[in-house]
Design a protein around this ligand. Structure first.
Ligand SMILES: Cc1ncc(C[n+]2csc(CCOP(=O)(O)OP(=O)(O)O)c2C)c(N)n1
Ligand SMILES: [Mg+2]
Length: 625
């Protein structure tokens, strides 16, 4: 056998550099590079291997330095999302805290079904120097390490305790990363001594490998069953989720909606699959959904879910579908999702599944009265949106006005990124996406701190697009450090920093649940009340952004914001646009509910009142059986 003597780390780097994905005849690098932060555990293993690869040219695996390990996982996940899951970065971290810093990113990747390869460093396989710096040292078992915490959040986990274990582990990792059903965080824990250990590797391990990402075809009988249900529908509604985007189903979805007259609502991950102003686009659905989508959902007799996992925000905690006889047809590549809500499952790639349904329903369309109803609801929704955009709130602008201005100044290919706070809800109702990549809102894990780091990954994935990170002050304070990475990598990203001195989102939620916005404002502790409801803090986040190397523009009004955005668009460097908005809204009117339990007994009037409202809402909640 032809072999080559390399360390485990050198072998892994060489292997990763030779992996490709392919779909629809298009090949691309599956692992385009590796993010990392070095410490003991990886500095001399993976670190040496990356240096050797770059120096000798024996493997092409570019290295990128992040400022926080969680941030590098977010950047990787954003890249994968932009690339429709056909490419995934590797992330190397040092032993202990460097590695466990990646846990939140891993959970985010798995929850969103987006691929990332995590390479936490592990304690010595030989245990020669135990306990090493940053080792857990568990008295209950000698083989327990902090990296075992990755198991719960990884779709594949392996610990490479001997060099030769890398071969099956690496191949299994690629299988899971490239499987649209299984994909998520994949973790290969690498003991620090094993990383540096030499082994004679079969040369064929490093051959160029192409991982074909399939488009599973629907079963004809399942298509018939699904088509029969739809054919009998009077008020059908499509819910387009992330699967519609990742499969590139937007063209066939649009054609299907036009031919049949079935309106299309969207989830956060699905927004942009059909352009906002398409005649059958009825907007976001669910807890923070738009008027048209939620009204249609209330009446719908058959719901066609396409690539959606039906999170509680999508179903408004099982209340948005109000028709007692509603039934579901779920087109999904994953059976897990296809069978949800007792649906008629259509397990297939979204694009192929829609094409099959279109064929089976070629002579069918909804009645004209239903098309008219859809048109009327859309017109009413436009009025609501326009009011949100032009409310003229003072002295501070409302967030909705800022979003309206942003809609105006960005072109169709621009990408807006967001994840947590009050903006996802506003955006789901108000954002006018025309392109499937225009709306990049991570709302499966809704992780504060995703935003800035994701800007790095999104820009790397497609440098031809304007990337605009929308970030609240709370999220900014959690993780703004990757601005430094944007600057060092020369990535021109616009960061819109929305300062409202606290949590507009959780504050409003708290108030509605009778908890009086307790602990949701960034304020001095007040001497009299003993609570955090004193003066606004003298915090200057713009100065903070500037100190990290970004150019900063200030906007105090909506007009100033427009002008600042024009400047930011023309700029060549990372630019932060700082705007203050009103913590108290107003936000778009709500058309859906979200189940967040209220204390059943309470000494507070506000909580007791909220409980009554909560109990009334609970009545509408049901299982779809
Ligand atoms: C990592 C993380 N911690 C906590 C939460 C819960 N949470 C959701 S929104 C929010 C406040 C967000 O504040 P900010 O970014 O200022 O946005 P705003 O609500 O003011 O729009 C919190 C604490 C979360 N989503 N993620
Ligand atoms: Mg805030």
């Amino acid at each position: 056998m032809n072999t080559v003597r390399l360390t485990t780390a050198q072998a892994l780097v060489r292997f990763l550099a030779n992996q490709y994905s392919e779909r629809d005849g298009q090949e691309q690098r599956l692992i385009p590079g590796m993010w990392g932060i070095f410490g003991h555990g990886n500095v001399a293993g993976i670190g040496q291997a990356l240096l050797q690869a770059a120096t000798t040219g024996e493997a092409d695996l570019p290295y990128y330095l992040a400022r926080n390990e969680q941030g590098m996982v977010h950047a990787s996940v954003a890249y994968a999302k932009m690339r429709d899951r056909l490419a995934a970065f590797a992330c190397t971290a040092s032993t202990g805290p460097g590695s466990t810093n990646m846990i939140t990113g891993a959970a985010l990747a798995t929850t969103n079904r987006l691929p990332v390869l995590l390479l936490p460093s592990d304690m010595f396989a030989t245990r020669a120097a135990d306990p090493v710096l940053q080792q857990l040292e568990d008295s209950r078992g000698g083989d327990v390490t902090v990296n075992d915490t990755f198991r719960a959040v990884s779709k594949y986990f392996d610990r490479v305790s001997r060099p030769e274990q890398l071969i099956p582990a690496a191949l299994a990792a690629m299988r899971v990363l490239t499987d649209p059903v299984e994909t998520g965080a994949v973790t290969l824990a690498l003991p620090q001594d094993v990383q540096a250990e030499a082994h004679d590797w079969p040369v064929s391990f490093f051959r160029r490998r192409v991982w074909h990402v399939g488009r599973p075809v629907p079963e004809p009988a399942a298509v018939d069953r699904a088509a029969r249900l739809l054919r009998n529908a009077k008020k059908p509604l499509i819910v387009a989720g992330g699967g519609a985007v990742y499969s590139g189903a937007e063209t066939v979805l649009r054609a299907f909606a036009e031919a049949t007259g079935v309106p299309v609502s969207d989830t956060h991950a699905g927004k942009g699959a059909v352009a906002w102003d398409h005649p059958y686009a009825v907007g976001g659905i669910g807890s923070t959904g738009a008027y048209a989508a939620n009204e249609l959902a209330r009446e719908a007799d058959v719901v066609l879910g396409i690539g959606t996992r039906y999170s509680d925000f999508t179903t408004a905690s099982h209340t948005v579908f109000g028709n007692p006889d509603v039934t579901f047809v779920n087109l999904n590549v994953a059976r897990l999702d296809a069978v949800k809500h007792s649906a008629e499952p259509l397990v297939a790639d979204a694009r192929l599944g829609i094409q099959a349904l279109a064929g089976a329903l070629a002579d069918w369309e909804v009645e004209e009265s239903y098309r008219r109803r859809t048109r009327e609801l859309i017109a009413r929704t436009r009025e609501i949106e326009d009011r949100c955009f032009t409310i003229g709130h003072s002295p501070l602008p409302a967030q909705t006005e800022i979003l309206g201005a942003l809609n105006d100044v960005l072109d169709d290919r621009a990408v807006v990124i967001n994840a947590a706070g009050s903006m996802p809800g506003d955006l789901q109702q108000l954002w006018r996406a025309r392109d499937p990549k225009a709306y990049h809102v991570e709302y499966a894990y809704s992780c504060m701190g995703y935003e800035v780091a994701a800007g790095v990954g999104a820009k790397m994935a497609d440098p031809t697009r304007e990337v605009v990170v929308l970030v609240g002050d709370g999220s900014y304070l959690m993780m703004a450090q990757e601005i430094v990475t944007m600057v060092s990598e020369g990535l021109k990203v616009i960061v819109v920093l929305v300062q409202n001195h606290g949590f507009a989102s959780i504050g409003a939620l708290s108030e509605s649940l009778g908890s009086q916005r307790f602990g949701t404002k960034y304020r001095f502790r007040d001497g009299d009340s003993g609570r955090l409801d004193g003066e606004v803090l003298p915090v200057d986040l713009a100065a903070n952004a500037s100190s990290l190397g970004a150019d900063v523009l200030h906007a105090a009004t909506v007009d100033e914001f427009r002008a600042a955005m024009e400047k930011a668009k023309a700029a060549a460097r990372t630019t932060v646009v700082h705007v203050e908005t009103d913590l108290y809204g107003p936000h778009p009117p709500g058309h859906g509910w979200w189940d967040v339990p209220v204390s059943q007994v309470s000494a507070l009037d506000s909580t007791r009142d909220a409980y009554e409202t909560y109990a009334a809402h609970k009545h509408a909640q049901r299982h779809y059986l």
